[in-house]
Write a protein that binds this ligand. Structure first.
Ligand SMILES: C[S@@+](CC[C@H](N)C(=O)[O-])C[C@H]1O[C@@H](n2cnc3c(N)ncnc32)[C@H](O)[C@@H]1O
Length: 350
């Protein structure tokens, strides 16, 4: 499973059960802080039409893969330029194996994120990846960039390849839970060779879903749905800072790597929901602007806002009901926090 703060894979049955009770078996559900896309994909599997978005670019690519692909793309542009054979039985698998076979490149990831590199800002070499894996990531992501520039792959093919690369990168990253910092010694899995593995796609019900990139506060007015599921950050930890490396892979760019940890400038993706001062205003803006009468909000016992604060905030928009679920906390490997906590599923009906 994708290790991502707040990943709702395990809570999906509760979420879907609640949604069914609120709108029945069919309808349009918005998932406006969709992260890994686990809930969005679950909703698609249950037959809902999904409008999904997030402020992070990697999430956009996960969402396109999870919602808009019903059969593997055929990569015609890579057939016509000879990268894969015209009689290829499984073009996606062939593209993945082509990318796995590229010669390594000693470029941005190698320089900034591996022990063999010398960060441009003069800081000591970072250890997010082994030098071998960082130079493989460089080769793969720059090849994807070339294909985009040559218009040899479609936007959907781009998303599928970036999703595939991110899933492989997660396997070998030398981190404890998030990309906020790297471990001083390489953990066991980080020494494994980075290998892209073809991802499974879901074949049914791929039509009619929408994916957007942006702040929920800005997109809300553009969305009409029978129900809106909101899964906000609970804490002050900003996703943009904690997943900067995935963002750089998703954008395919070469940002300045700042400080010892090598973070990109993430201020453009700073979330107000991670702040006590502006979080509730964000909820209100979303609920005011969206064309929707039912909301389901996930929140956690140890979040920035108390249940009472949330009840008061959401009470302005309708009748509030709260379901409490015992849950295992997301913990980095060295966390001292207790393993159990309560998750809230808060429904609001106008
Ligand atoms: C708890 S996670 C969602 C996890 C998701 N349900 C899953 O299962 O992977 C919260 C998400 O909200 C996104 N986010 C934070 N503030 C946002 C905002 N103002 N607008 C849109 N997305 C935001 C983060 O990038 C993050 O992916």
């Amino acid at each position: 499973m994708y290790r991502y703060i707040g990943n709702k894979t395990k809570l999906l049955p509760y979420i879907v059960d609640r949604i069914r009770k609120m709108i029945g078996d069919v309808g349009t559900v918005a998932d406006i802080m969709a992260g890994t896309g686990s809930v969005a994909l679950g909703l698609r599997k249950y037959g809902y039409t999904v409008v999904a978005s997030d402020v992070m670019t990697y999430s956009y690519h996960h969402l396109v893969t999870n919602l808009q692909i019903g059969e593997y793309p055929k990569f015609p542009g890579l057939v016509s330029n000879g990268i894969i054979k015209s009689d290829s039985i499984h073009p996606y698998y062939d593209v993945v194996s082509y990318l796995n076979g590229l010669n390594v490149k000693y470029s941005f990831f190698y320089r900034e994120f591996s022990p063999g590199g010398k960060p441009l800002n003069g800081c000591p070499a970072r250890k997010y990846f082994t030098s071998e894996n960082a130079s493989k990531i460089d080769a793969i992501r720059e090849k994807i960039n070339d294909w985009i520039a040559e218009k040899a792959i479609t936007p959907i093919e781009e998303s599928l390849l970036k999703h595939t690369l991110i899933m492989a990168v997660n396997e070998v990253a030398n981190i404890s839970g998030t990309y906020g910092y790297f471990l001083s010694n390489f953990r066991k899995n980080a020494n494994d060779e980075l290998v892209l593995k073809p991802v499974e796609i879901y074949h049914k019900n791929a039509v009619g879903h929408t994916v957007r990139l942006g702040f929920a506060e800005n997109l809300a007015g553009l969305i009409t749905a029978d129900l809106c599921y909101i899964d906000p950050p609970y804490m002050k930890r900003q996703y943009a800072a904690n997943y900067h490396i995935l963002e750089t892979i998703a954008r395919g760019d070469f940002p300045e790597a700042v400080g010892k940890s090598g973070l990109r400038d993430w201020w453009d993706q700073h979330s107000k929901l991670c702040t006590k001062t502006r979080g509730l205003q964000s909820f209100k803006k979303i609920m005011t602007d969206m064309h929707c009468d039912r909301f389901l909000i996930s929140y956690s016992e140890d979040g920035l806002f108390t249940l009472e604060q949330l009840r008061e905030c959401f009470g302005e928009f309708g009748t509030v009901e709260v379901q409490q679920i015992d849950y295992n906390r997301f913990r980095s490997n060295d966390s001292k926090l207790p393993p159990k906590l309560k998750e809230y599923l808060i429904s609001v009906e106008r």
